[in-house]
Design a protein. Structure first.
Length: 208
C-alpha cells in the first residue's frame, strides 16, 4: 500500500505546548494492528503516521466520520477515538490520553523515529547486491511458510517482495538465515540479518 503522509490532521489541536518542554511531532511509521468499529467487526490495519494525539491508519474498511474506533497497534497498545477524516486507503482518528500516557507514547515514538533513521543510515553504508537466486522460502515462528522474492541484500540486511509481510520486530527465517523485520514498504519489507555476513560472504551467487 502506498502511503501519502500529510503534516496535520484536520481539526487537530496540539497536545503539547511550549510549557510542556517538548514540541508536538508526528512520526511516519508502519506498525501493524487491528481496529474495531461500533459494529464490533474487526479489521487488520497499519499505521501511516502517529502522534500523541492521533494517527492515520491504512485499512480495508473505512468507518463513518465521527464513529468510535478502537485500534490495537503492535508495540504501542490500545487507542480509542472518533474517525475524523477519510483517506483513499484508510482513515484518521484522534484520541485523548492522560498526560502520563502521552509522555510514554511520545517516548516510544521518539525511539521508533531514531531507530528507523539509524537503520536507514546503516543500510546505506552497505553495498546492495541483486542475487542470481531471487526465490526463497520465508518461515514464520509458528511454522507457516511463504514463497518470497529477494529484491537485494547486503552483508547486513535484505529487501524482500511479498504479499504477506511479517510484523515489524518479528524474527523470521529466509532460507536458513535469521532476519529481524525493520520496516514495511509497498509490496514488501526490509530486514536486518541477526548474524551479519562478512563482506566476502555476500555476492550474486550467495544462497541464504
Amino acid at each position: 500500500m502506498t502511503n501519502h503522509p500529510r503534516s496535520e490532521f484536520e481539526g487537530y489541536r496540539p497536545l503539547f505546548t511550549q510549557s510542556d518542554g517538548r514540541r508536538f511531532q508526528r512520526v511516519t511509521i508502519g506498525l501493524s494492528g487491528r481496529c474495531m468499529f461500533e459494529s464490533r467487526l474487526e479489521y487488520p490495519c497499519e499505521t501511516v503516521d502517529i502522534s500523541p494525539g492521533g494517527m492515520r491508519l491504512s485499512a480495508p474498511v473505512i468507518p463513518r466520520i465521527g464513529e468510535k474506533v478502537i485500534a490495537y497497534i503492535n508495540g504501542l497498545g490500545r487507542f480509542e477515538g472518533p474517525a475524523i477524516r477519510e483517506l483513499h486507503d484508510g482513515f484518521a482518528i484522534t484520541f485523548k490520553a492522560p498526560a502520563a500516557k502521552r509522555e510514554s507514547l511520545a517516548d516510544k515514538l521518539t525511539w521508533f523515529a531514531n531507530r528507523l533513521a539509524l537503520d536507514i543510515a546503516e543500510e546505506r553504508r552497505h553495498l546492495r547486491i541483486e542475487p542470481f537466486m531471487r526465490r526463497a522460502i520465508m518461515r514464520f515462528p509458528d511454522g507457516r511458510e511463504h514463497l518470497i522474492k529477494i529484491l537485494n541484500f547486503s552483508n547486513a540486511g535484505i529487501a524482500v517482495e511479498t504479499s504477506a509481510p511479517p510484523q515489524i520486530g518479528a524474527q523470521i527465517l529466509i532460507g536458513k538465515t535469521e532476519v529481524l523485520v525493520l520496516r514495511h514498504f509497498e509490496g514488501g519489507f526490509a530486514g536486518q540479518f541477526v548474524t551479519p555476513f562478512s563482506p566476502r560472504e555476500i555476492h550474486e551467487a550467495t544462497v541464504l
